[in-house]
Write a protein that binds this ligand. Sequence first.
Ligand SMILES: [Zn+2]
Ligand SMILES: [Zn+2]
Length: 522
Amino acid sequence: MLDPLAMGSVSVFALGGLGEVGMNCLAIEQRGEVMLVDCGVTFDHRGLGVDVVHPDFSALEPYRGKIAGLFVTHGHEDHIGAIPYFLERFDVPVWAPPHALALIKSRLAENEVEKPPTLKEANVRGLYRVGSFVVEPIRVTHSIADATALAIKTDAGVVLHTGDFKFDNTPPDGEAFDIDRIDELGEAGIALLLSDSTNIDAAGETGSERGVGDSLHRITAKASGAVVVAMFASNVHRLRMIGEIARHTKRKIVLLGRSVETHASAARETRYLDWPSDIVHPAERAKELPKNQILAIASGTQGEWRGALSRIARGDHPNFEVGPGDTVVLSSRTIPGNDLNVFSVMGHLLRRGVDLKTWINERGVHVSGHAHRQEQKRMLELARPRAFVPVHGTLHHLTRHADLAREVGVQSTCVLENGDVAQVDEAGVKKAGKVQVGRVHVAFGRAIPPAQLRERVILAAEGVVSVTIVARPGGAPDVRVATRGAIDEVAEAQVLSDAKREAARAFRTRRSRSRPAQSGTR
Ligand SMILES: [Zn+2]
Ligand SMILES: [Zn+2]
C-alpha cells in the first residue's frame, strides 16, 4: 500500500494534452529523474496529408539516461499513439494494462521500431517501481476496457492521475470502478490530483454503457433490413454488447473498416471480447447474407473521407451497400470541427433512404466516456487532494475545472498549458518555469519539416504559379506560365497572357541591368 510521504519537491509538466484535447503526455520529475504518463497523438492538418501529430520530445533531452519509464493509463490513441515515435528516440521501459499493451504491440508492429522495446504488463492494485517512483494502477471505468488511474508515490506525496474516466455503475465487462481505493488514498492524503476535464460543460452524469446496449438491442430487434452501427472501434464494451445483440437477434457481425478489425482482434486476444468464433462473417462475403441477418460495425464516425461509414454513404464500399429498409445508427458523438463532414455523410445516407438514428434523434445510442461535471465533482470529493491540476482539455475546460475544484474546497489549484512547469510540495502547487514544447507532424511514418508544412499550408490556401523562361541569345525569351489552384477558369486566358508579357518584360529589364555587373565581378 502506498502511504503518502511528504519530504521533497516534485515537478510536473506536459508535452501535450494541456490546452488541447489529444496528444496526452505528462512528465513527473524528482531528483533529476523523470517518468511519463501516457504518450498520445492528435489529428490535425489532415487535408494536407498529415497522418498524425505527436509531441516534440526535445524537452526530455536533458533527462536522457534518467527517464525511468513510461506508464500508460489506457489504450486510446490520444494516450498510446505516439509511443513508436517516442521509443525511436528514447529507449525506456513501458508499463501498460494488458488491453493497452496489446494495442501498443500492434502499433509497434505497424511502425517497425528497430530495437525491441521493453514492454511490461501492469495490473490493477499491483505496485510497480519506476526509478524512484512507485506506481499503482487503479481500475476506473471509461469507453475502453481496462482503463486505469495511477497513484504515483513521489517525494512530495501521492500524485493521483485519474486517466480518462467516468463513473459507470454497470460496466458491461463487470470491471467496477475501484472507488474504495481512491477513497482510501484520499483518506490517507493525496498531494496532487490530476483529473480529466473534457466534459466540464456537460451537466449531470454520463450514463452507463449498458443503456447504449439496451438501445442498440431495441433498434436491431425492430429492424427489417441490415443494421449498421458506426462507432469508435476502441469501445470494447460496445463491441461486446453488439456481440450479445447479434446472438439474441440471430444476426452475424460484419466488420467494416480496418480500425474495427484491429480493435476487435486486439480485444479478442486479450479476452476482453468473448465473441464466439462463428459470429463474425467476413466482410468480403457480406453480400451472401440476407440483409436481415446482418449487424455491421463500421468505423469512420467523424465522416473521414476514407472511413467505412463515408464510403457506405457514398455507395463506394467494395463489399457493402445500404438502401431503403436498412438502419444506420451513429453510435457516437461528433468531435467539434468534424460537424460538416458528419452532416454531409448523414445527407448521403438519407438520400439512400436508410432509417438513420443518431444522438440527435434517438436517445441512448451513445454515451460519453468522460465524466460529466457532477462526476468530476465526485472525483474531487473522493480524492480531496491538497492540490489540483486539471488535465485533458482546452484552456477553457481546464479553467472551468479548476473553478470547480475551488468550489469544493481544494486549497491549491493551478492551470497549466503544455510546457508550463509546476512545482508540487507541502505548500501545494505553483508555476515554476517553462520547457520548450511543440508538435511533430507525421506523414507515412516520417516527420514533415516545419518549413514543408508551411509550404503545404500556403499551397493549399493560394495554389502555385510557376514561370519558366528559356533565354535565347539575341532572340525573344520563351516564357511559359503554369498554374495549379490559383486562377479561375474564366479569367485564365487573359491572366496567363498578361503574366507571360510581364514575365518577359521583367526578364529583359533584369538582363539589361545585370550585364555591366557581370563584367565587373568576373
Ligand atoms: Zn483521452
Ligand atoms: Zn480515453
